[in-house]
Write a protein that binds this ligand. Structure first.
Ligand code: MEV
Length: 312
């Protein structure tokens, strides 16, 4: 194969972030922000026409290159998932890149292989984490981790360092979500580490992690019944639990508060510490305006988008 075009979406988390790292349930949706990558074999590594070096190649891409024999290639990256903002930017980049390397090497490019490769890359780069973001990006649509599922919805099982996740697809009825970006960049690794330390030293923190798992299971039932009132109130409650774990920040709290008068519920999404919040609403324009007025950048997102795509 001479050249290939791949793409993969970002995601947001409805419920369960951080607790999912410890094998608790979580629910994530792929959304309409994605990276597109055009790639071909080359004599040297190039990214957007410039020779690739440690400064312009992410650790995820370096890991994936090494995993597949360091074949030099020239890639052009297009599209955007804001980085360090809880929207699964590094997972989407990893999935698109894993798909490109695999396609050019004529290896299988099924979603599961790409989800596994990109999880390994994300784990190596962050030193920790769950396969939520990478599986959501590879699969698209909606996914849940470690929840009861019907056999036909099972996608794949991933294990790492004594933790295990069963990943299944879920149907999510038509719902409108608005993301609010604080524009404060906060890398995932240190926030996951902060929760790990808190949880290890404190039984109250452990009970909060358990409670997030319970809230997520209730949220899944609310999604199945299309009960937005219930789902929204669980999201707002989850935000409080995540705040107790120490992963919110004043600007996230401000955007959540500003959204609530026009929403069923709102919470931080992803690793927190900055980054984004998400609101479930029937009044997206009003939520977007409230977010803007409080210093955030709103995106009215669509869901139900395809996962990783490969075109030669
Ligand atoms: C980041 O989007 C979600 C976290 O739960 C980390 C992870 O699952 O790897 C905070």
């Amino acid at each position: 194969m001479k050249s290939v075009t791949t793409s993969a979406p970002g995601k947001f988390v409805i419920l369960g972030e951080h607790a999912v790292v410890y094998g608790k349930p979580a629910i994530a949706l792929a959304m309409n922000m994605r990276f597109t990558m055009r790639a071909h074999r080359s004599n040297e590594f190039k990214i957007n026409g410039a020779p690739a070096n440690p400064h312009n190649m992410s650790p995820h891409m370096r890991y994936l290159s090494e995993l597949h024999g360091n074949m030099p290639m020239s890639i052009f990256i297009d599209g955007r998932v804001p980085s360090g903002s809880g929207l699964g930017s590094s997972a989407a980049l990893s999935a698109a890149y894993a798909a490109a390397v695999r396609a050019l090497k004529q290896l299988p490019t099924d979603k599961e292989s790409i989800a596994r490769d990109s999880f390994e890359a994300e784990y190596a780069a962050q030193g920790r984490g769950s396969p939520m973001d990478t599986s959501a990006s590879a699969q698209g649509g909606g996914i849940a981790l470690n929840v009861p599922y019907k056999e036909e919805d099972f996608l794949w099982h991933i294990e790492k360092n004594g933790r295990a996740w069963d990943i299944s697809k879920i149907d999510v009825p038509e719902m409108t979500f608005v993301i609010g970006n604080t524009e404060i960049r906060a890398p995932t690794g240190p926030l996951v580490e902060k929760v790990r330390k808190y949880k290890e030293s404190n039984s109250f923190a452990r009970s909060i992690v358990d409670e997030i798992g319970e809230v997520t299971l209730d949220g899944l039932e609310a999604i199945k019944k299309n009960d937005k009132v219930k789902l929204g109130s669980l999201m707002t409650y989850d935000h409080k639990l995540l705040s107790i774990l120490g992963v919110s920040c004043p600007q996230l709290n401000k955007l959540v508060e500003a959204s609530l008068p026009y929403s069923y519920g709102a919470k931080l999404t992803g690793s927190g510490g900055g980054g984004c919040m998400v609101a479930l609403t029937d009044q997206p324009e009003k939520v977007a305006e409230a977010i803007r007025l409080h210093g955030g950048t709103p995106y009215i997102v669509s869901t139900g988008v395809p996962g990783v795509q490969v075109k030669s």
